[in-house]
Design a protein around this ligand. Structure first.
Ligand SMILES: NC(=O)c1ccc[n+]([C@@H]2O[C@H](COP(=O)([O-])OP(=O)(O)OC[C@H]3O[C@@H](n4cnc5c(N)ncnc54)[C@H](OP(=O)(O)O)[C@@H]3O)[C@@H](O)[C@H]2O)c1
Length: 348
């Protein structure tokens, strides 16, 4: 171990014990611990400081084909995170440097030399954003918002953009970016507090509280000329309702469908899809990883907006270390998170 202070340190991990049916329960997880090994030739050891908790994790727990293989039973749960290099045999990662990458739900992540490239481990610059912003607007959710909105949604100045999950990680950046690009922006979120925040703090033009019902009425009133771009984070009934309000040539970005992720019967598809035909509109799925080679461009632009104050971010940081992961993940599905959900694992 190139860092003697780590000798005899225990690594704590959360592993997938079984595949859930519906919402994950404690029985789906196993907490393990093992003694830290040195990094090995060319390898790196990272101390996890904070983890990104993402709705996609629910999909990674399922068996079956997706855009990424499922987490295997007994494996450490996959998670993006930020951390600090505590031992290193790699010239690219000095001890003390801050990094982001697929650290997994564990207190320390050991990355052998041959996996460094594949792990996506990269150094992060804390002058561009805080550690937790690197999991939010400068991280995967921000990249999703940037490329999903601009490359799939093609918003034009003056057009109306609607985004669901508006107060969440992806939604907050989608709405602010659409405003910066000259669009009128209407959010959809659960509860008055979230709706007030996106309008008063983020500058959305309006926000509809879907938990109060009246999404259809809200869209009619707030989008009188119809919806040109719908950035869909939730699927289900809200997608169906928005489909009734789209304009000719509208673009629907299928980013996610969190309302369906814990379904125990068939996923609810859009009943109103013929609106696409009538309106010569399209729905298109996107996966953020397809844009990985262009992340630096997006990070530079978004960091510029954070710096000049045109964009702000909100992270909901939960303390408790990796042991708190199973309970904290559930907040995404109840809507208890307000902003990007982050699990704090350790102080530096
Ligand atoms: N395609 C990609 O590459 C990609 C990448 C990243 C994320 N995503 C997707 O983007 C979406 C948002 O992810 P995120 O990380 O930004 O999560 P998030 O919005 O920060 O958190 C999830 C939010 O979803 C809302 N929600 C939960 N259950 C709901 C339901 N039944 N109906 C409506 N809303 C519900 C809750 O907000 P309310 O309080 O407002 O209900 C909750 O706070 C997810 O669908 C995720 O899978 C896709």
């Amino acid at each position: 171990m190139s860092n003697p202070s780590l000798a005899n340190t225990l690594n704590h991990q959360v592993r997938l014990a079984s595949r859930p049916v519906g919402l994950p329960t404690d029985a789906n997880w196993q907490l393990t611990q093992e003694t830290l090994a040195p990094p090995g030739p060319g390898g790196v050891l990272v101390k996890t400081l904070a983890l990104s908790l993402d709705p996609a994790m629910r999909g990674w727990m399922n068996e079956g084909k997706s855009y990424i293989p499922p987490v295997g039973i007994g494996e450490v749960m996959r998670a993006g995170g930020v951390g600090v290099v505590v031992a290193s045999d790699s010239p690219a990662f000095e001890i003390g440097s801050h990094v982001a990458g697929g650290l997994g739900v564990q207190a320390y992540c050991h990355i052998p030399a041959e996996q460094l490239r594949k792990s996506g481990l990269s150094r992060i610059d804390l002058r561009l954003g805080t550690l937790t912003q690197w999991l939010n607007v400068l991280g995967m959710p921000g990249m999703t918002a940037y490329f999903g909105l601009l490359q799939v949604g093609h918003p034009q100045p003056g057009q109306t953009v609607v985004v669901s999950g508006a107060a969440g990680a992806v939604g907050q950046t989608v709405g602010q970016l659409a405003r910066i690009k000259g669009c009128r922006v209407v959010g959809i979120a659960g509860g008055q507090a979230k709706c007030d925040w996106v309008v008063k703090e983020l500058g959305f033009d309006a926000c509809i509280d879907y938990k109060a019902g009246q999404v259809k009425e809200g869209l009619r009133e707030l989008c009188p000329k119809g919806v040109d771009v719908y950035f869909d984070n939730v699927g289900g009934d809200i997608l169906d309702t928005v489909l009734t309000r789209i304009t000719r040539g509208a673009r629907i970005v299928i980013c996610g469908a969190i309302s369906q992720y814990n379904a125990t019967s068939a996923v609810q598809g859009p009943k109103n899809y013929l609106s696409l035909l009538v309106n010569r509109a399209r729905m298109e799925g996107m996966v953020v990883f397809d844009y990985a080679d262009r992340y630096p461009q997006a990070i530079a632009e978004l960091a510029g907006y954070l710096k000049d104050g045109r964009m702000i971010s909100r992270e909901d940081v939960v303390a408790g270390g990796v042991q708190a992961f199973p309970a904290t993940l559930l907040k995404l599905f109840s809507g208890e998170n307000f902003g990007k959900l982050v699990l704090k694992v350790a102080d530096e």
